[in-house]
Design a protein around this ligand. Sequence first.
Ligand code: 4VN
Length: 324
Amino acid sequence: MGVKITATGHYLPPHVVTNDDLTVFMDTSDEWIQKRTGISQRHIAINENTSDLAAEAAKRILASRNMDATELDFILVATMTPDAQSPSTACKVQEKIGATKAFCFDMNAACSGFIFALSTAMHVMQSGSYQKGLVLGAETMSKIINWQDRSTAVLFGDGAGGVLLEQSAQNYFLAEDLHSDGTRYMSLTADEKAVLHPFQSDAPKGNQYLSMDGRGIFDFVSRNVPETIHQVLEKAACKKEDVSWVIAHQANRRLLEVLSKKVKIPLEKFATNIAQTGNTSAASVPILLDQMIQEGTIQIGSGETILLTGFGGGLTWGSIMMNI
Ligand code: 4VN
C-alpha cells in the first residue's frame, strides 16, 4: 500500500511587516536582522486566526487538484498556535471548507510539527483505511510573540501551507527519522497555561509569550539535525548526491549554512524563503515546498528525491525522505 503527495498549497496573510517597520517601536535595525537571520520581512495576520490561514491553504490545495472537500477522509493540522484548545483548528478548517466526511484533529510538535504530522498521516493512510487526507502546517506566531522582546519578535511570521495525500500503488515515502528530548523543554516555551482553580495556593501563573534560549536552540540544531539527516539518508539507502532538495525548517539562514557545511550537501540544494516569510514554525516547510512547486523548481510526478527536515521546541527534530 502506497501513499503520495498529489497537490500542495499555501497562504500568507496579505499584511507585510518589514524590518524597518519594526524599528518604529523596537530598538533593532534592518541590517542586524538581515545579517543575523536572513529575514527581510514577514507576513502578519490581521483579523485572521490560524484556522483562517489553514482553511485558505486547504482551499488552494484542493483547487489545484480540482477536488471537492467532501472527498477528504481526514484533516490534520500541525500548529503550536491553535485558535483554541477546543475545538481543534482542524475542525474549524473542516467547517470552513465543508469537508463533511473528514475526521479532524491537531498535532503539536512545535517547529517540527509538519514533519511529525506528515509521518503520522502517511502511516494512517498506509493502514489502507483512508484514501485522501490533508496535512496542514498553520501558525499565527504574531499572537504569542512578545513584541517588546527584540531577540524573538524579529524572527517569526504567520502563514499556512499543506499537502494532499492520496493512496497510490507505489509508496513515495522512503524513510523517516523522528526524535524528541523533553529534558530540554525549557529551551522554547510558549503560551504556558495558568492553573485557575482555587485548590492550590502556588498555582502556575502561566505565560502567554514565546520565550526562547536562542543560543541553546541554535547549538542543539547544529548538533542534532546533521545527525538526523545522515540517519534518514542511511535508512533510505540514499547517497547525499541523490538528494535534489533539502527543505529545512526556516528558522535562521545562518543555520542553513551551518547544516550545509556539516552534512556536506551544497547550500544551493537548501531551499529558502526565510527572507520573505521569517520563521513560520510548523508552516515553514509546506509553504516553501508549495512555492517551489508553483515556480516550477520542483514538479510533482518528477520522482525527484526530497529531504524534509524540521526542528524546534520540545525539543523535537526529525526528517523525511520522499520522492515527489
Ligand atoms: C531553530 C532555531 C531557532 C533560532 C535560534 C536562534 C536564533 C533562530 C539566535 C542568535 C541571534 C540570531 C537569531 Cl535554530 C528557532 C527555532 C524555532 O523555530 C528553531 N534564531 N538566533 C544572533 O545572531 O545574535
